[in-house]
Design a protein around this ligand. Structure first.
Ligand code: ZN
Length: 287
């Protein structure tokens, strides 16, 4: 597999921030029934090694975990397997085959990674509404378009499967859990800014803590695609280590009367995947 070579680019060193001592989503200082736990800024299942001790209560963890599971074991599952970016989940529970539907067949068939035409599809949104002065709307369409990357040998793998089965086409279904992905972006950005000790009035905690079936209302006011500067965003490296798979930066913008902060997140820098911009909060004004 040609993309195996990418494995060596994964992060190698961890960075553990100082402990927080209260839940960064709801503010509780914890109790016997609702203890504070270690928070991963980026999940270990994505190669993330930035950790924030005593920073999320168990109750909030259930909200963030649900979205994280959907994203990691849905749309990002094949690419994580190919890149070797796997978390603590026991080996036998990890999927190593992924579904493909062949023409004329209603049921999809699991194809092992070695023979799977690998691709990655991620949602592409508009710029965050706040940044471009877009009118706030609860019913904004979630999905503008998608970005897709194909492994160099994906076409050949697909052709091989087509010939073997004697069909004319096959279909790879990408599960895009958009609302969960948006909440996931919010969680990563918020926890990163807190870890970096940015002082701000948070705007995303209600979204992060919203029930699993709640609509993601108004989220695109704060979350969208980033405008990448020429030459790309600078690579973020906390402490002596660094996170090589994903990169994040935060910026603050002074808008005369107040300052707002945003976090840039690119999960697959090596694949030049979309960079998202997430506004996490402000000082001096409600946004
Ligand atoms: Zn909490």
């Amino acid at each position: 597999m040609t993309y195996k070579a990418l494995t060596g680019r994964l992060d190698v060193s961890a960075h553990r921030y100082d402990e927080i001592g209260l839940c960064i989503y709801c503010g509780t200082t914890g109790s016997k029934e609702n203890r504070l736990t270690l928070e991963h800024v980026i999940p270990s299942g994505l190669g993330g090694t930035l950790t924030l001790p005593k920073a999320s209560c168990e109750e909030c963890n259930r909200f963030t975990q649900f979205c994280e599971d959907r994203v990691l074991h849905g749309m990002l599952n094949p690419i994580r397997a190919a890149l070797g970016a796997r978390g603590k989940r026991r080996k036998k529970k990890r999927a190593s085959a992924f579904p493909i539907a062949f023409e004329g067949n209603n049921v999809s068939e699991d194809i092992p990674l070695e023979r799977y035409p690998l691709s990655l599809t991620m949602p592409v949104f508009e710029r965050p509404g706040f940044l471009v002065g877009r009118k706030r709307a609860n019913d904004e369409p979630m999905l503008d378009k998608v970005w897709t990357w194909f492994a160099p040998d994906a076409e050949a793998q697909a052709q091989r499967l087509i010939q073997e089965r004697g069909v004319s086409k096959l279909e790879i279904t990408h599960q895009l859990h958009i609302p969960e992905f948006i909440k996931f972006l919010a969680k990563v950005a918020h926890s990163f800014a807190v870890a970096e000790r940015v002082k701000f009035q948070p705007v995303l905690t209600n979204l992060i803590r919203s029930p699993r079936d709640a609509a993601v209302k108004d989220a695109l006011h704060y979350i969208g695609i980033a405008e990448e500067p020429a030459g790309g965003f600078p690579l973020y490296e906390p402490g002596q280590g660094g996170h090589r798979l994903a990169q994040m930066t935060y910026s603050n913008k002074n808008d005369t009367s107040f300052t707002f902060f945003s976090v840039h997140i690119q999960f697959f820098r090596i694949l030049r995947s979309p960079t998202y911009e997430v506004i996490i909060g402000s000082i001096g004004a409600t946004i």
